[in-house]
Design a binder for this molecule. Sequence first.
Ligand SMILES: CC(C)(COP(=O)(O)OP(=O)(O)OC[C@H]1O[C@@H](n2cnc3c(N)ncnc32)[C@H](O)[C@@H]1OP(=O)(O)O)[C@@H](O)C(=O)NCCC(=O)NCCS
Length: 432
Amino acid sequence: MADLSGNYEIRRFGAVSEGNDGYAEAETWARAVAFGFHESTRTPEHVAKSLATYETDGRVLTGVYQTGQVAAHSLPADVPVATFATFRKSLNIGFGRTLETRLVTSVTVRTSHRRRGLLRRMMSEDLHLAKEDGLAMAALTASEGTIYGRFGYGVASFERTVKVDTTARFSLGHQPTGSVEVADPKALLQLAPEVFDQVHQLTPGSLGRQEWYRQFASGSLGRDGKEDPAVKVALHYSADGAVDGYVSYKFLGWDTEPYTVEVVDLVAAGNDAYLELWQFLGAIDLVERVSWDEAPIDDPLAWALSDPRCIDSSDSRDMLWLRILDAGKALEARHYPADGRLVFEVHDSLGLAAGTFALAVDGGKAAVERLPETAEADLALDVSALSSIYLGAVCPVTLTAAGRIREKTAGAALKARQMFAVERAPHCLTHF
Ligand SMILES: CC(C)(COP(=O)(O)OP(=O)(O)OC[C@H]1O[C@@H](n2cnc3c(N)ncnc32)[C@H](O)[C@@H]1OP(=O)(O)O)[C@@H](O)C(=O)NCCC(=O)NCCS
């Protein structure tokens, strides 16, 4: 690849809301992101609303700018040819423990500047900065499966789209312990973060949510930047009257057959809340189907239905990609349900997490020691594979079968599976 680094400069700046210094730069950056994802040109109001939420999240915006003369009549030099954004949220890493994580989003490179190493430059610089900031983990969601493995990211959680038949077939063998009531969608502006926080503490793989979510779930800010008057909301109350779950949903109209309700957001801080919100969805009159794009793979709903075939799930896909930045710190942060000792030989083309690490767990308490490179390892693997197994949703035995992990001590992959297990199926309800 020709060295074009002199033709571009990288600038990083904080997201600011309208009326503040730096707004023009942030606005131009936001338009470049929308362009990169093939959106129609955003209205000034839409950009302003997005940037206000980004400011609340403390997003750092990265833009790559042309330093030389730009071609006559082409977009001016203040429009970035590549974009990248980061912010911090906590990741639930099992058993109620959390790890501060660098979230990477808004990755675009203008078509006329692609394959010149701009993504590589933004990503490698940013991952080094994140590690310097003391973070042990980075995360993203990927538009394509081939882009991020080379930077050390590995698939760590999954989700699926479900279409649930809610005709007479739909029946859950669950005796309600709480109740469900319809509410004004705007109630979620306050309640959604409170309920989500409960779910976040309980769910391995959960990531803290950005400001946009409460606005989206309450119908205040749709994907087109406007209010969404179609959004409706039901709340779940536990036996003691506390709100411990909600579903935000909309009817897709009389032209969509079978008549369908689409789940906008479903957040339940407990098994009963989850099943009772599904009982509510299944009971909506004049509707024959409920669809949800962010359903878990390992879904209690399937086991609670008297006819599990009510669920048609056609589309299972990777969701969260993790990237360990500091192997010692990340391994030590986890709780392990099984005792044992494993030595990992970690390879990392960016050099961030490479090394040989002994993980010793005694009584659930982990100690990690960095060993000399020459030390005998039980498992040799790329940092992307270690990142994949970290949350307990990807099986080390399967990665060994796939050639992604080399088992140097017989049985070590199974031992890793037992040690990295978490208390319930990981699921991430936060897209970013
Ligand atoms: C994906 C995208 C950001 C790549 O940017 P880029 O600047 O062309 O990437 P780079 O030139 O830095 O390439 C880095 C490496 O990734 C590879 N790569 C980049 N995009 C790839 C893709 N879509 N599929 C497979 N490999 C890809 C390159 O071949 C290169 O490999 P190498 O380092 O082994 O030589 C760009 O194509 C884009 O903007 N796509 C549309 C928006 C999008 O999908 N964004 C991702 C959101 S999650």
